[in-house]
Design a protein around this ligand. Structure first.
Ligand SMILES: Nc1nc2c(ncn2[C@@H]2O[C@H](COP(=O)(O)OP(=O)(O)O)[C@@H](O)[C@H]2O)c(=O)[nH]1
Ligand SMILES: [Mg+2]
Length: 321
């Protein structure tokens, strides 16, 4: 990093975390090697408990307040905006339920300070977490595998929310979906060739059930939808051309059958059904190929808009001064 003074802002998105927040705040290091100041930012997403009072009592000076619950992705987005506007060089995200070991924030920011990475993700080593069932562990691995495929990365824990982001990476990433910014940031960063590293950590004891997901199936469904959308955004060719090719091949079968029967066997019988089925499948294939072209055109547009957004953010946050 080229800055003389390095400021780290640790942001904690909170929804009614009065019970566990003191633990989180106490374990955030006051000093980090190579860093000049560590400050804490609470994003309160419409808590109805004493989250804000508790945070103030523990010396937190930065707040983003939502009067109404706006969701985690939006909270993350607003926190980033606030942190960059207040001079953060690195933004660390941790949870309010004390799931993550804040003591390790120093290790999390090192790869950024060394210039090796722009994003560092804590690897919770989910395979070793005692309260995760074997099925949940398997699904975690599968989820990470799909995200890595979409991003072109090789990260062990794609769903971990304990992360450090450099200012540079934050200027280039845009949170779009309402859900699962965790995976979205990886897929975007991977596709933009932003270097990501992971650091092994051990999670703390579970303090309560997840509030983001009622159960594993809901988690899977939502993650699946988010990943699918990312594929359509970043790999539209793969999706639509595969679909088109499969439909085309399927459509060819009844056609070929018809032609062979008609010409080779001179069978002039009732085979119009084959022609109809073949035509329908072929048309579907053409639509898929057309969607591929359209998706590609939209992607070109998005790239231009994103470039514009990055330049705007650089001006807004004085990144070029
Ligand atoms: N801003 C915001 N934060 C939330 C919301 N729901 C949960 N959180 C926070 O997101 C973090 C993770 O939530 P948690 O329930 O532990 O989900 P887990 O990641 O599945 O364990 C915690 O810091 C919560 O306070 C929400 O609706 N809005
Ligand atoms: Mg949690």
């Amino acid at each position: 990093m080229k800055h003389n003074k390095v400021k780290v802002i640790v942001q904690i998105p909170c929804l009614n975390e009065e019970k566990t927040l003191p633990l989180v705040l106490k374990t955030i290091p006051k000093k980090i090697k190579g860093v000049d100041s560590v400050e804490v930012l609470i994003i309160d997403d419409g808590s109805s408990d004493k989250t804000i009072e508790v945070a103030k009592k523990h010396g937190v000076e930065h707040f983003v307040l939502h009067k109404k619950n706006m969701g985690l992705a939006r909270s993350f987005h607003d926190g980033i905006d606030y942190a960059l506007a207040h001079g953060a060089d690195i933004v660390v995200n941790t949870d309010g339920d004390n799931q993550y070991p804040q003591e390790r924030i120093g290790d999390l920011v090192q790869p950024i300070l060394n210039g090796r990475a722009e994003i560092v993700i804590a690897d919770r080593q989910t395979g070793k977490i005692a309260h995760f069932s074997p099925l949940k562990k398997l699904l975690q691995r599968f989820g990470s595998w799909i995200v890595n495929k979409a991003a072109g990365t090789d990260l062990p824990d794609a769903a971990s929310g304990f992360r450090a982001y450099s200012k540079e990476s934050l200027l280039r990433i845009n949170i779009i979906t309402k859900f699962s910014y965790c995976m979205e940031t990886i897929i975007q960063a991977g596709n933009k060739n932003i270097p990501i590293e992971s650091v092994k950590v051990t999670t703390n004891k579970k303090t309560r059930e997840s509030r983001l997901f009622k159960n594993m199936w809901q988690h899977m469904y939502k993650s699946g939808a988010a990943i699918f959308r990312s594929y359509i955004m970043y790999r539209p060719h793969l999706i639509f051309n595969t679909l088109g090719t499969v439909l085309f091949a399927l459509g060819l079968v009844p056609f070929v059958r018809y032609v062979i029967l008609y010409f080779a066997f001179n069978d002039r019988g009732d085979h119009i059904q084959s022609l109809v089925l073949g035509s329908v499948l072929m048309f579907a294939a053409i639509i898929a190929f057309a969607l591929s072209v359209i998706a590609d055109l939209i992607r070109t547009n998005r790239t231009l808009i994103e470039d514009n957004l990055e330049r705007t953010k650089r001006i807004q946050f004085h990144a070029n001064d």
